[in-house]
Design a protein around this ligand. Sequence first.
Ligand SMILES: [Zn+2]
Ligand SMILES: [Zn+2]
Length: 381
Amino acid sequence: MSQKTARANLLDKPDGHFIIGEYPIPDPVPGAILARIELCGVCGTDIHTWHAPPEAVFGLEYPISLGHEISAKVEALGEGVSTDSIGQPLKAGDRIGFIPAIHCGRCYYCRIAKTPEKCTSWITYGTWGNADQEPHFTGGYGDYIYLHHPNTFLLKSGTTAERTAFMEPMAVVVHSLLHAQIEPGDTVVVQGSGPIGLLTIGACKIAGASRIIATGRRNRRRLDLAKEMGADLTICQADMPSGKDRKEFVYDNSLNLVGADVVINTAGVAEAFKESLNFVRDSGTVVEVGNFVDSGTIEFNPCRDLLEKGIKIIGSFDNEAEHFVRSLPLIADERIPLESLITHRVPLGDVEKALATIESQGKLGGKEIVKIMMDPSLPEA
Ligand SMILES: [Zn+2]
Ligand SMILES: [Zn+2]
């Protein structure tokens, strides 16, 4: 048999290395889709999975495939597939994005609580075990993605590959915005100027925030980007080291002069959440999306910090179908300059180097990183 092969860059063991293997390209079975990967965002989440102890990675067998921020072009449709998951006609050559997580549709969280992102028996294309075995091409770091699970939720995208690769992180942002319930006239503080923070700023502007104050720790380049994305004012902690000053700045610059109506924390530091409580006005809303891995514990006074202030504090976890559908018009909206976030494109073999550089907060090719895209069509270095 002379079946053609293609590459997948798989993590070989816990805390191990990413190794490129050649695997047979599958012919899609009925209901499945084979798509060629155009771009895959290199995401901080993959760093945590890379270094996670085996028991933390859902008990998966290695090697595992990572990469979950994917823009792909349909190569072949299995029998019976003629549309995406919301009924848009689909043919070879169409650009798609999809939810990496596959929700079971049957458990309590899927059916009753209607929060499928908390599904108790989920699996995900972005973290797939035994990835060197069939079905091949189960993650974003490769030449192909093979969407074979019947519960896969995919969407045809009418915009560019660059923008489509933001469909997944934008769905994270949409989820937090649905919690935030921004209203006209609102002052919104967005803490953290990483990719999720910057996307949040762009989406908040379109969702109707009248004033956006963005915060970052020390990276001024990212705070310039925050302005490009729609922030009206920025706070660089390195320039304003006193928490009291930062709180005053937010109060003085909120349109109501009593603090932020909504605070969205996208920074993965426990102290950042503590600061959210300083920024929010009485009876306002705090959405926590940044601390998606355990970053420690803070002091919290239920009387002073919560009840007396009368605030809402909402944790926003991952994303699901509704968030993807709502992210489609946002990634296509030219008012959000998504292209500005892409600082690097790397070939498939550079995924490990890219992740390590994000982790060390270093520069790649002499340039500070905001978003790295893996592009499998680039020649290996
Ligand atoms: Zn991600
Ligand atoms: Zn479920």
